[in-house]
Write a protein of this length. Structure first.
Length: 119
């Protein structure tokens, strides 16, 4: 089973930046597309961004477009989410998952990483 491990979350102030990492731990990196999702308390999990492994084409939700960037590092078997100009409404647990592009997850969820943005 594919293991996706998220990290990099934390407590920051509005306007700050963070970089989240999603490491693929079973050696299958490069065989599927990956995406980031988030879930805030009381709300459903929502799509944030995704990347096509082969072409590098990226997709973003309207709420993060222009502020977040998804990227991949083949040598580290890792996908990143670079988050700039963070807002309090970005506060959520962030998860990565295998996706059918552009935004349909189909792998099991990991533990996620908490991002908290204070105003």
């Amino acid at each position: 089973q594919v293991q996706l491990v998220e990290s990099g979350g934390g407590l920051v102030q509005a306007g700050d930046s963070l970089r989240l990492s999603c490491a693929v731990s079973d050696g299958t990196f490069g065989t599927f597309n990956l995406g980031w999702f988030r879930q805030s308390p009381g709300l459903e999990r929502e799509f944030v961004a995704s990347i096509a492994w082969s072409s590098g084409t990226t997709y973003y939700s309207d709420s993060v477009k222009g502020r977040f960037t998804i990227s991949r590092d083949i040598t580290k078997s890792t996908v990143y989410l670079h988050m700039n100009s963070l807002k309090p409404e970005d506060t959520a647990v962030y998860y990565c998952a295998k996706v059918v592009l552009p935004n349909k997850p189909f792998s099991s969820w990991g533990q996620g990483t908490q991002v908290t943005v204070s105003s």
